[in-house]
Design a binder for this molecule. Structure first.
Ligand SMILES: *[C@@H]1O[C@H](CO)[C@@H](O)[C@H](O)[C@H]1NC(C)=O
Ligand SMILES: *[C@@H]1O[C@H](CO)[C@@H](O)[C@H](O)[C@H]1NC(C)=O
Ligand SMILES: *[C@@H]1O[C@H](CO)[C@@H](O)[C@H](O)[C@H]1NC(C)=O
Ligand SMILES: *[C@@H]1O[C@H](CO)[C@@H](O)[C@H](O)[C@H]1NC(C)=O
Ligand SMILES: *[C@@H]1O[C@H](CO)[C@@H](O)[C@H](O)[C@H]1NC(C)=O
Ligand SMILES: *[C@@H]1O[C@H](CO)[C@@H](O)[C@H](O)[C@H]1NC(C)=O
Ligand SMILES: *[C@@H]1O[C@H](CO)[C@@H](O)[C@H](O)[C@H]1NC(C)=O
Ligand SMILES: *[C@@H]1O[C@H](CO)[C@@H](O)[C@H](O)[C@H]1NC(C)=O
Ligand SMILES: *[C@@H]1O[C@H](CO)[C@@H](O)[C@H](O)[C@H]1NC(C)=O
Ligand SMILES: CC(=O)N[C@H]1CO[C@H](CO)[C@@H](O)[C@@H]1O
Length: 867
């Protein structure tokens, strides 16, 4: 009996072990196991041992797993090869947080065989990430080989809301059945939704449908990758580098982005003028034509802030040269002096490729002397030859220690001829008209490579990696394979351009780049690239802009009126109205497209553009304050509706409307021929921006009138927006058109939208709009406005609190008027203790107060006594 029971126990143990090990080996790719995870003073570490090989060979037998508690909401996981230094994104890209928190809002659990880790948010009990392979083998365990890395996480909720994983043309809420490729690419005019575009942003935000809580994950890796989304899992398939993951526990969408910004850096403060209206086209053939466009803007009273030129200005499309006939140096100078005399600005395009064909020119000589150029693989350091607009070119290497100096030198010399105010960097994916090399080096036949970086064993996107770009065997500084550094090119060019421009101008740089990488927003801006003049692409500009705001690049916009193809009056009129709510507002057209400046379409579109741009200038104090908040805390400037209403499932996929800050909702017409728009109003208090009319039914869709000259904008109760109405600058003084230089001196008007308890709040940030050292030198003012009232009282009051008062221009600025939406009838208005008469009810619920003359550098109180 005793023997029998021992035997039974023995068999049970054997059976248990077999089942246990079977469950680890039933799946084809179980990954790694560990003998144990060790607690460190700020996280965990483990040694991982390969169980069985992955699909592509070269598996790394032993891995180092390290988990670090960065803050109470951020932890980081690095999985590395302890025996070989693998490629890692250079440290310029991310800022570590590493504060070793006392407590954390996450708990990590491990499974040893096969190895996996799971993170649960303590405050909500929700599992955020779980790499343990499920027993149904629905995804693989960790795979870690030389040229292929794979890691999956299961979702606890099927078809969760996933956002991010850019850059691409797509709807905001990603499909749960699609594989998204991340690899910087100039897809040209292909314009196929969902395929990879100019930048790589391996970040996603996940929003739980059931709880409305959000979390985020950032994979710091510059290699080509696919991210496969399935209803119950997400899988990274990466061709190199390491797994270096940052996890953000949120739990609100806003806090996820703030936490992500702590890692990649918060937004750079843009120059104030860069928030004005920009006009550009490829195909302004001369200074005379460019000047005529500027003159037409003045003639038609359309407020133009910045004029741009595309590659037309160059001599044979060579960087840092000007066409000696059509853009002669002396004409150029006269033209730009004229812009500057009118407080306007000038930006021109610069591409990375430096022409190497005869006649060899100074920039090429400098590039060769600097040594900072990309080298062709399989040679002894010969410059790689690509082909772009000027023909054959060599590319500067911005990872090279001499790269920035070379670049700065070119801009310095060019500035002697062209006194630019900002720089537009294009084609920096790198875009190449030859696929790979333009010439194959036949002098030194290479031994067959062990592995061809153009065709890794797994090819993200399924297209050879050199397609439309340079050969992946090319080398950057320190023998860095372009295979690894490719998606960093535009980012590193932008960093060099920022330093160059700042050193020349001595002010903040204004740089707009096509290619981007995490961290970009801390230094420069982005436009969404070569779209088409279609209503569809106008729509895609909204999810594109919102995604970039989640990637920490709030200074973003699409080409207004559309780039490729011909625009038309209706499209351009609608797009001008929408585009004036982008943080970055630029009308841009292509070489062969029909002209699309507003006057081309007649007086109606001219009037629409004037109204839209004046509306933008009026709102700039609000936008600029949002940039300040973004700079300090990482908040997006424009954001999806679900950011403010994460518990409302109706908002999860909305990408035809958006919010500016927390208080303004824009609902544009995106359909040809439509004169109404179907807009969703989250359950809240909404007023019509402009007249304060209350939206009657909320929590539902509403059909709003939208005649051609109207874009629907609503303001949310509880918000105060500082504006500077341009209406007070009636006629251009001495023919000087209105620009930001003038608009930012005009009297302020506060727009106050009261909530149901008659309260509201808002802020205003002021500085000189251009200094690099604004924050370091404490040369800014920051003012808080609050409307407070107690439920029983028969009055409410507006008060300002000066939180910082160190911008010396503050004293010359005044608040002259206030609009209050949602006000009960007011019998008396008392300003700093003295009753005034200059108020009137413009409707049942909108109160207007004028002639206030309140200095912004002194705190004030306005009391509203109710009947
Ligand atoms: C992680 O996933 C594994 C496999 O599906 C499961 O057994 C485990 O319970 C999960 N961990 C957590 C914390 O949910
Ligand atoms: C993927 O999901 C989207 C939206 O749910 C759907 O429209 C599409 O047909 C699906 N595609 C496939 C291949 O299942
Ligand atoms: C400027 O406007 C005039 C009409 O007033 C038009 O004839 C001319 O073509 C415009 N020039 C440009 C460059 O758009
Ligand atoms: C940087 O440039 C200088 C001369 O311009 C050159 O002597 C030096 O070798 C270069 N550095 C590298 C790392 O190539
Ligand atoms: C890429 O470069 C290698 C040499 O490093 C060469 O053998 C190969 O032909 C090139 N491929 C292309 C597509 O240019
Ligand atoms: C260089 O060689 C590759 C094959 O390795 C070929 O695909 C490519 O077309 C060649 N390029 C040129 C410019 O001949
Ligand atoms: C060059 O790369 C090696 C790894 O291949 C690295 O150890 C070394 O620090 C790098 N040197 C520089 C100057 O970046
Ligand atoms: C506000 O404007 C809308 C149209 O733009 C109009 O329908 C509404 O009547 C106006 N309300 C007030 C109070 O003027
Ligand atoms: C404000 O300070 C700047 C230097 O930071 C100075 O150039 C400027 O003249 C001052 N403006 C006023 C109005 O005092
Ligand atoms: C291919 C391409 O560049 N498409 C862009 C054009 O349209 C929208 C915006 O209007 C962009 O977001 C796309 O990426």
């Amino acid at each position: 009996m005793k023997l029998l029971s021992s035997l039974i126990i023995f068999f049970v143990i054997v059976l248990f072990c077999v089942v246990g090990s079977l469950s680890a080996s039933l799946c084809k790719y179980p990954g790694y196991s560990t003998q144990g995870v060790t607690k460190t003073n700020n996280g965990y570490e483990a040694t991982l041992n390969l169980i069985s090989a992955g699909p592509y060979g070269n598996d790394i037998e032993q891995l180092n797993f390290q988990l670090t508690f960065e803050t109470s909401q951020i932890f980081r996981v690095r999985i590395t090869d302890p025996n070989n230094q693998r490629w890692e994104v250079p440290p310029t890209v991310n800022q570590l947080v590493g504060e070793n928190p006392d407590s954390t809002d996450y708990i990590i659990e491990f499974t040893n065989n096969p190895f996996g880790f799971a993170a649960t948010r303590i405050s909500t009990g929700e599992v955020l990430f779980n790499t343990t392979q499920p027993s149904d083998c629905s995804f693989n365990g960790l795979i870690y080989s030389n040229y292929y890395l794979e890691l999956s996480t299961s979702f606890t909720e099927s078809n969760p809301n996933i956002y991010g994983l850019g850059e691409r043309t797509s709807q905001l809420r990603l499909f749960n059945n699609f594989t998204y490729t991340l690899f910087a690419k100039d897809q040209g005019t292909a314009s196929i939704p969902n395929i990879n575009l100019y930048g790589s942003h391996p970040f996603y935000l996940q929003l739980s449908s059931s709880s409305g809580n959000a979390n985020g994950v950032f994979l710091l890796n510059s290699n080509a990758m696919d991210v496969q989304l399935q209803p119950n899992s997400l899988t990274y398939k990466v061709v190199g580098g390491i797994f270096d993951l940052f996890f953000f526990t949120g739990p609100t969408p806003l806090s996820v982005i703030q936490q992500y910004s702590q890692v990649i850096g918060t937004t750079h403060m843009p120059s104030y003028w860069s928030l004005g209206y920009h006009n550009c086209r490829w195909g302004y053939h001369s200074i005379a034509e460019t000047a005529q466009v500027v003159a037409n803007y003045s003639k038609y009273n359309i407020p133009l802030e910045t004029m741009w030129n595309d590659i037309d200005y160059m001599d044979s499309f060579r960087d840092f040269t000007t066409d000696p006939v059509n853009f002669a140096a002396s004409d150029y100078k006269t033209f730009i002096d004229g812009l500057h005399a009118n407080n306007q600005h000038y930006i021109m395009i610069v591409d990375p490729g430096i022409s190497n064909i005869e006649p060899i020119y100074q920039s090429h000589i400098d590039l060769m002397e600097s040594g900072a150029y990309i080298k062709a693989g399989g040679t002894d350091g010969e410059p790689l030859v690509g082909s772009v607009w000027p023909g054959y070119v060599n590319f500067p290497d911005f990872l090279h220690p001499n790269g920035t100096e070379f670049w700065t030198q070119q801009f310095q010399r060019f500035y002697e001829t062209v006194q630019f105010d900002g720089v537009w960097i294009d084609m920096n994916e790198i875009s190449n008209f030859c696929d790979g090399n333009c010439f194959n080096n036949t002098d030194t036949p290479m031994p067959p490579p062990q592995f061809d970086p153009n065709y890794p064993p797994y090819i993200p996107g399924g297209v050879p990696l050199y397609s439309k770009t340079i050969n992946m065997t090319s080398l950057q500084y320190n023998n860095t394979l372009v295979y690894n550094s490719h998606s960093l090119y535009g980012y590193t060019e932008g960093l060099a351009t920022q330093l160059a421009v700042q050193s020349i101008l001595g002010t903040r740089s204004t740089i707009i780049s096509r290619s981007t990488f995490p961290g970009t927003g801390a230094h420069f801006a982005h436009w969404l690239g070569d779209n088409k003049s279609t209503f569809t692409d106008m729509y895609y500009s909204i999810p594109g802009m919102l995604a970039m705001n989640m990637f920490g690049i709030p200074m973003v916009g699409a080409d207004i009126c559309g780039f490729n193809g011909d625009s038309n009056a209706e499209l351009c009129g609608r797009w001008l109205q929408l585009g004036c709510f982008y943080p970055f507002t630029r009308n841009h057209n292509t070489f062969l497209g029909a002209p699309q400046e507003p006057w081309v379409f007649g007086q109606e579109v001219v009037d629409i553009s004037i109204k839209a741009i004046n509306g933008k200038l009026t709102l700039l104090p609000f936008y600029y304050t949002l940039f300040h908040i973004s700079h300090v805390s990482g908040d997006p400037v424009v954001r999806p509706l679900f950011f403010e209403y994460p518990s409302d499932p109706n908002t999860f996929a909305i990408d035809q409307q958006f919010l500016v800050g927390t208080g303004l909702m824009v609902s544009p017409v995106l359909t040809q021929g439509a004169t109404t728009v179907n807009a969703y109003f989250p359950n809240d208090i909404w007023y019509e921006y402009g007249n304060g009319s209350l939206v009657q039914s909320v929590g539902t869709h509403q059909t709003l009138n939208a005649p051609f000259d109207v874009i629907n904008v609503h303001m949310r109760g509880g918000n105060i927006i500082p504006t500077q109405p341009t209406s007070s600058y009636v006629t251009p003084v001495d023919g000087i058109p209105i620009t930001t230089k003038i608009s930012r001196t005009l009297p302020f008007e506060l727009i106050i939208a009261l909530d149901s308890s008659l309260q509201a709040t808002g802020q205003l940030f002021l500085d000189d709009g251009e200094s690099i050292q604004t924050y370091v030198d404490n040369k800014y003012s920051f003012i808080q406005f609050d409307v407070v009232s107690s439920p029983s009282s028969s009055a409410y009051k507006l008060q300002s609190t000066i939180l910082n008062n160190n911008y010396n221009g503050t004293a010359s600025l005044i608040i002259n008027s206030i609009q209050i939406y949602g006000s009960p009838s007011v019998q008396q208005v008392i300003v700093n203790g003295s009753p005034i008469n200059s108020f009137n009810a413009v409707s049942d619920s909108t109160l207007s107060v004028s002639n206030l003359q309140l200095a912004l550098d002194e705190s004030f109180e306005v009391d509203f006594v109710l009947y």
